[in-house]
Design a protein around this ligand. Structure first.
Ligand code: DX5
Ligand code: ZN
Length: 218
């Protein structure tokens, strides 16, 4: 089984000090930083885009930016996000009908490709060829669009199903994840845990990150 990757979602950070917040989480032992890009169209909210990511990259050069694109036109933003320092580009299955074109563009821009499914989307849409074409599968455990929502445990059935078909793939869960349900996520087969509120709201983020890691690695 793949090793734990802990990716705090910066949406729950003090965004006025974004670079410092990212550095703080790196100092506390995270692996990646999860950057939620929302376009106000695929989801109702607007968050950040390439100009902000590039400032973070300039201030925190060692960062691995795990960029979660909640946007209606995922193909459009690939060059800008790559230029801004994105390392992994995860787009939503629901946002496009030409998944292969987006994946191929992401790879040609030197990023890892991730494919996300929202809670109402079954795992069966991820065919073997689509799953094998990406580097990461993201199973949303809340409706995309905002932080701080309640974890939907029923989504973990999809993680179990995908883990059977993709034994060595990075499988990420995102939404309402924290120390209280990380073991459930890991038991279902997820090894990449995104946590916003749980980590940034913690009195001891280092301990919380360690707890999340232990849930996956044992
Ligand atoms: C939701 C975002 C998540 C969210 C996670 O649309 O994709 O990354 O910010 O935050 P928490 O852990 O607070 O649910
Ligand atoms: Zn996210």
């Amino acid at each position: 089984m793949s090793k734990a990757i802990i990716s705090p979602s910066v949406l729950a950070s003090d965004l006025s000090k974004l670079s410092d917040e990212c550095q703080r989480m790196i100092d506390n032992g995270c692996d990646w930083l999860h950057m939620d890009v929302m376009d106000g169209h695929f989801v109702p909210n607007i968050t950040m885009g390439a100009p902000i990511l590039s400032c973070v990259r300039d201030n925190v050069p060692d960062i691995f930016m795990d960029v979660h694109m909640m946007v209606s036109d995922p193909l459009k933003w690939v060059p800008e996000i790559a230029q801004a320092g994105g390392k992994s580009y995860t787009f939503h299955y629901e946002a496009t009908s030409d998944h292969e074109a987006v994946i191929s563009s992401i790879h040609s821009h030197g990023m890892k490709a991730g494919l996300a499914i929202s809670p109402d989307t079954p795992s069966s849409v991820i065919t073997d060829s689509l799953g094998n074409a990406v580097d990461l599968l993201l199973v949303m455990t809340v409706q995309p669009g905002k932080g701080g929502q309640k974890f939907i445990a029923g989504c973990l059935e999809k993680v179990t199903e995908l883990r059977k078909r993709f034994p060595s793939k990075n499988i990420q869960v995102d939404g309402g994840v924290g120390s209280g349900n990380a073991c459930q996520c890991a038991a279902a087969g997820s090894n990449v845990l995104v946590a916003g509120t749980a980590v940034f709201g913690s009195q001891d983020p280092k301990k919380t990150i360690q707890e999340l890691r232990t849930a996956v690695d044992g």
